[in-house]
Design a protein around this ligand. Structure first.
Ligand code: HH2
Length: 400
């Protein structure tokens, strides 16, 4: 029996609306069919998905779970050690799973680190993150709606419509009137293959909007450049949204730290120029989660106090990658930071339905509702009024 994988043990939250996907995941882990039946009956809606345990560690984890009143579904050959590694699905109350995490300390076989990671993940399960924008604290019990304003000639959906400063300012006011909690102003398209824009050009596009709107309302600036972030912060911007997560210009984080602004770090594979050329992942959810955890830690080391993470829908992802990320928002939310999702009108909706960019409202609303149900904290959208209405109805129904 060989053990040829160097991948570390990882843990993340998974959430299911019905037992069927939980059964599928247990089948993929290689759980005995009878075990799948028994454990599916104890299904609780969310679980911990532990990957890549050594067999001995999987056996210990199973015993500790059972003794704490939780369940661990592992590969059927773990008990006879006929597999070298197994994944595990851990079900139970947060208290029972927390007890398992604590008991793993001192066990060896890689279980120490797993126990600590489990406790960190569980601490985020029922916590409600908050965000401070312009001195107001938003408790993110319901998602904030961020209205998109692209002051560009070439954005994939609204390119060229708001290039004139007056048109851009009017659009910002319109988005706010439609119920946007914050407006995200961008002066550089990041659609696949988009052209580079200088800081001067970008500023000439976004600054008039920031100057007109930011004194009264929360404005986020969508930029990869510290020079743009700084001028906008001086003009009163409340937040910085960086699709490169500080990898293009690390000084963006320092600007956020200096002005006390929340900083959105987004996942992208490659650059806008090459990101859609055959993107591949072994496990897109784990890789995006690890990336966001690392960039958030980096931003925190730069002195940023408030960090938002974003899986970057459409940024170096196939249809399957985008769907997996939207369905697995809980695995990102369990990092403990607010999660932003930018799904609006994107090409995965066209891939699924054949709809053209401006005919993707229904698909965008469906994605918004699923992301909200999965725990997204900020939804970045073009269609603010429709999104706000859909969210209001969905939350009223589920609260009744
Ligand atoms: N998507 C786009 C731009 N900025 N920022 C975050 N945090 N998340 C996203 O998903 C995201 C983003 C791309 O959409 P859009 O702004 O509509 O188009 P373009 O880049 O062509 O201007």
């Amino acid at each position: 029996m060989t053990d040829d994988t160097d991948d570390p043990v990882s843990v993340r939250t998974v959430s299911f609306d019905t037992p069927a996907p939980a059964r599928e995941l247990m089948a993929a882990i290689g759980v005995h069919p009878q075990g799948v039946d028994i454990m599916a009956a104890k299904f609780t809606g969310r679980a911990l998905y532990v990957k890549n345990l050594k067999t001995v560690a999987a056996n210990i984890l199973k015993q500790e779970a059972l003794s704490a009143g939780a369940e661990a579904a592992v590969n059927k050959h773990v008990v006879t050690c006929r597999v070298a590694r197994s994944d595990a699905l851990l079900f139970g109350t947060a208290a029972a799973l927390g007890a398992v995490g604590e008991k793993l300390a001192g066990q060896g076989f890689g279980l120490d680190g797993l126990g600590e990671a489990m406790c960190r993940v569980l601490a985020a399960w029922d916590a409600v993150p908050s965000l401070e924008l312009k001195g107001k604290t938003y408790r993110l019990e319901r998602p904030l709606v961020m209205g998109i304003l692209n002051v560009t000639p070439d954005s994939f959906s609204d390119g060229g419509r708001f290039l004139e400063p007056a048109a851009a300012v009017n659009r910002a006011r319109e988005l706010l009137g439609h119920g946007a909690d914050v407006v995200d102003v961008g002066g550089e398209s990041t659609r696949p293959g988009a052209a580079y824009v200088s800081a001067e050009e970008e500023l000439s596009r976004v600054l008039p909007v920031v100057e007109a709107i930011a004194p009264d309302y929360p404005v986020s600036v969508d930029t990869r450049k510290a020079a743009v972030a700084r001028k906008c912060a001086q003009a009163g911007a409340a937040m910085v949204n960086d699709v490169s997560a500080g990898r293009d210009d690390p000084a963006v984080a320092a600007v956020c730290a200096e002005f006390g602004l929340p900083y959105v770090v987004m996942h992208i594979k490659g650059t806008p120029a090459d990101m859609q050329q055959d993107p591949r992942y072994d496990d897109v959810v784990r890789e995006v989660r690890d990336f966001l955890a690392a960039r958030a830690e980096w931003a925190s080391e730069q002195g940023v106090a408030e960090i938002v993470v974003d899986p970057g829908i459409g940024f170096g992802k196939t249809l399957e990658h985008n769907l997996a990320l939207l369905n697995n928002v809980p695995a990102l939310a369990d990092l403990g930071y607010p999660v932003m999702v930018g799904h609006s009108r994107k090409s995965f909706i066209g891939d699924l339905t054949g709809a053209e960019v401006n005919g993707r409202l229904a698909g965008s609303l469906a994605a918004a509702l699923v992301a909200a149900r999965r725990g997204a904290h900020i939804l970045r959208v073009h269609d603010v009024a429709a999104t706000a209405q859909a969210l209001a109805v969905a939350s009223a129904v589920t609260a009744s």
